[in-house]
Ligand binder design. Sequence first.
Ligand code: ZN
Length: 244
Amino acid sequence: MENIFLPKEAVGQLFDLQGEDALLGQLQHQIKTLPEREKLMSLNQIRNEVEGLIDVRKNEGLEQVKKEKRLELELSSIETSLTEADEKLYSGVITTEKEVKSLQGEILHLKERQDVLESDLLETLSLLEEINSNIDKCNSELEIQNDEIQTVESALNVVENELTQKVAEAKSRREGIVKILKEEILTCYETHREQFPSNAVVRFDGPNCNGCYLTMSAMETDRIKGLEVGALTECSECGRLVVR
Ligand SMILES: [Zn+2]
């Protein structure tokens, strides 16, 4: 790489820049992985399930209401038929025993049907009651879930706002540093940052690289030692920027 030399204040600025980049990376990761957001997602999922269950129950309820209406309609028509048959029986229009027997048979048949329908109706009504109480239960659950969702949502907003604020502050500090750092230093740093996002530049500190922690050869160590303090070079092991 070309010879780049950092004046004393630029060394601090470059590490400050790296510090802001590391902070930005952490903050962005933190924002992406907030536990509140995960909690909110799982709460919303549960709410959707409960809402789906309520829909299913409501449809079941509608079916039972239809059945109830149908049964009531048939029961009322049977009642009419029974009244008519009774009236006919005692009106005196029927004279033969055969006609009486046939009418009594009809009445018996109607009453049997009436029994069946009435017990069907009772069953339907009790089923309907069960469905409605189930819907009520789901709705109460939903209310609790909505409250909880609201609480988590506001907590998420607070944390998110705090972190977003910190990101904005770090970005503004970063911009300030970028303005005063020399173009060639900046370009060199950015190029190395593509490969080492969190620590593209390290300080020279003897034969052990502060980035990869590998030991450089004695020759390489001597080479860097020989450089002017503030010179920018690369670690021969990992390729990170090393500030002499
Ligand atoms: Zn290294």
